[in-house]
Ligand binder design. Structure first.
Ligand code: ARG
Length: 553
């Protein structure tokens, strides 16, 4: 049962308003376990002041709502207090199974690193934000299509091919992988500053690549395979999956059709030898789509990609998860799509930059933290803590991996996307406070209570649950599905992370104040059911963020 829906229906019988507007207006205040209806927006239509309307509603609703314990008016707010046993019967009977298919498809373009470079902490945000959104949309009944739009095309690959032929060999790359690719690329950039002919050579290899030349293509494929091997290891450890891994190169043969469509509609114009779409009317810089030398660009490939995806996946919504430095890029892309006459639901979910305390991430200046190093260090630190605190734990390595990776993901998903992050090892490794390990630990503790009890949690007498701690916990657990609605309304997974901290807090207060195992039989059963639903909710919530929930730690 959806409590907000029941309240909205009843209020709607009194006010001459859209039920959905009423539904959206009902609030769940942060510090109280009530549902509040602010009357401001509806006062004028009702011909009353907001405070008068609140009084009027309270009078007319009193005694008419089964699930309500009492109604209170505070200024222009009508506050509904829900009966504890009603909350209990809803929460303790619910199932957290994936919702049935709602017929909508959402494409999430995320992670999308550039190949021939290491996977580092700068890639983590898109990867975990996108990954958790994919899980949450899916859980809510959407058909979700996660796409990894690898940066595997562009002029840099002409340079890399020349660099490889000049300075390296298959043997060396086989042995040291991406390190070599990055070193030779840096060396090329350095030498090309002095020697312009290197750039000419690189340009000719870029063209060869675009024309499908055998040698160039084979080398490029080799670089891509080396990169994917490293990326895959990281994705496995982070538990990230995609429906499709399709790099920019996949769209090369689809760019012509997109460009033709622009030409037919008279939108593509020449400018200094290049082809662009003017976006002055949208107050944006022009979108460059064909280079002077005829080559395609990042924008061209993105345009071909969105049209392809609309055709193939028939999406209702598409979300791109990248850093804020691509806000203009996506505004331009969306504007061009609109100029073509399409009305797609396109969202850019930007996030703040990750920097190190010493400054911006920079490979060249050695300010970089590789994802694999971060994971290894975090996991080994967790392993030490386990050795110290719980040396008899079974599966220590497995738990250390789950907690270490969980700490990294949770830390990243703890703040709103747009906030810049100064990355600090100490912070990720700090297990006190509002962290993933705290939520995991609360889950494990609740699991251990269930292990110690042998009662079934069937046929609960909900009226036995009366104390305020249980009420708070029930109310908090009830909020789960609403929080997920909030997450997808804003594409902000941190709302779920913060919520899990709230559940952990409510559970800990309940645990300290409402005796479980020592209570008399029926009450014990009821409280155990509450523990069980806490376990279910924490586990489901963590999993939706992409985090495992070990039963012991
Ligand atoms: N490869 C790009 C980068 O590393 C991100 C790609 C994002 N997705 C897209 N469809 N443009 O910045």
């Amino acid at each position: 049962m959806n409590i907000k829906e029941v309240l909205a229906k009843k209020i709607c019988e009194i006010l001459n308003e859209e039920e959905s507007n009423i539904y959206k207006t009902i609030e769940q205040p942060k510090d109280k376990t009530i549902f509040a209806f602010p009357c401001f927006r509806f006062a004028k239509n009702a011909g009353k002041s907001p405070a008068q309307l609140a009084e009027f509603l309270a009078e007319n609703l009193s005694g008419k709502l089964e699930l309500v314990e009492k109604i209170e008016v505070v200024n222009a707010y009508v506050n509904f207090f829900i009966k504890t046993d009603v909350l209990a019967s809803i929460v303790l009977k619910r199932s957290l199974e994936q919702k049935s298919d709602n017929g909508k498809t959402v494409v999430i373009d995320f992670s999308s690193p550039n190949i021939a470079k290491h996977f580092h902490i700068g890639h983590l945000r898109s990867t975990v934000i996108g990954g958790s959104l994919r899980n949450i949309y899916k859980y809510l009944g959407y058909n979700t299509i996660g796409v990894n739009h690898l940066g595997d095309w562009g002029t840099q690959f002409g340079k890399l091919i020349v660099a490889f032929k000049k300075y390296s060999s298959m043997e060396e790359v086989k042995e040291r992988g991406i390190d070599v690719l990055m070193e030779i690329y840096a060396k090329f950039t350095q030498e090309a500053k002095e020697d312009e002919s290197l750039n000419d050579e690189a340009r000719s290899y870029t063209v060869k690549l675009e024309q499908g030349d055998k040698e160039a293509t084979e080398l490029w494929q080799y670089f891509k395979a080396i990169s994917l091997k490293e990326f895959d290891k990281v994705y496995k450890r982070l538990g990230i999956e995609f429906e499709y891994i399709l790099g920019e190169s996949f769209y090369i043969d689809k760019t012509q059709a997109a460009l033709n469509e622009l030409k037919e509609k008279g939108i593509l114009v020449e400018s200094e030898g290049a082809m662009i779409v003017e976006l002055e009317d949208k107050k944006l810089p022009p979108c460059l789509l064909i280079r002077k030398d005829g080559g395609t660009l990042y924008h061209t490939r993105d345009l071909a990609a969105i049209l392809y995806r609309k055709n193939e996946y028939k999406f209702d919504k598409i979300i791109y998860v990248t850093a804020t430095d691509q806000i203009t890029h996506f505004s331009q892309l969306f504007a061009v799509v609109e100029k073509l006459g399409y009305n797609f639901d396109m969202q850019h979910a930007p996030f703040g930059l990750v920097t190190l305390p010493e400054g911006k991430l920079s490979t060249r200046e050695g300010r970089i933290v590789l994802m694999s190093d971060l994971i290894n260090q975090t996991v080994s630190k967790v392993r030490e803590i386990i050795e110290e605190k719980n040396p008899s734990l079974k599966n220590k390595d497995e738990v250390a991996e789950q907690v270490g990776v969980g700490a990294i993901i949770f830390n990243d998903l703890f703040n709103g996307r747009i906030k810049d992050i100064v990355f600090s090892f100490e912070h990720v490794l700090n297990f006190e406070g509002e962290t993933g390990p705290l939520v995991q630990y609360t889950h494990a503790r609740a699991c251990s209570i269930l292990r110690k009890a042998d009662e079934s949690t069937e046929n609960i007498d909900y009226t036995l649950i009366k104390d305020e701690y249980s009420h708070d916990l029930l109310y908090t657990l009830y909020m789960f599905e609403h929080k997920l609605e909030d997450v997808i309304a804003k594409d902000e997974p941190y709302l779920l992370s913060r919520y899990l901290i709230e559940v952990a807090g409510a559970f800990n207060r309940f645990y300290h104040n409402a005796p479980i195992l020592t209570s008399e039989k029926e009450l014990k059963k009821a409280r155990l059911a509450l523990v069980k639903e806490t376990v279910n909710t924490l586990k489901k919530g963590l999993n939706l963020l992409g985090i495992k929930a070990p039963e012991e730690m």
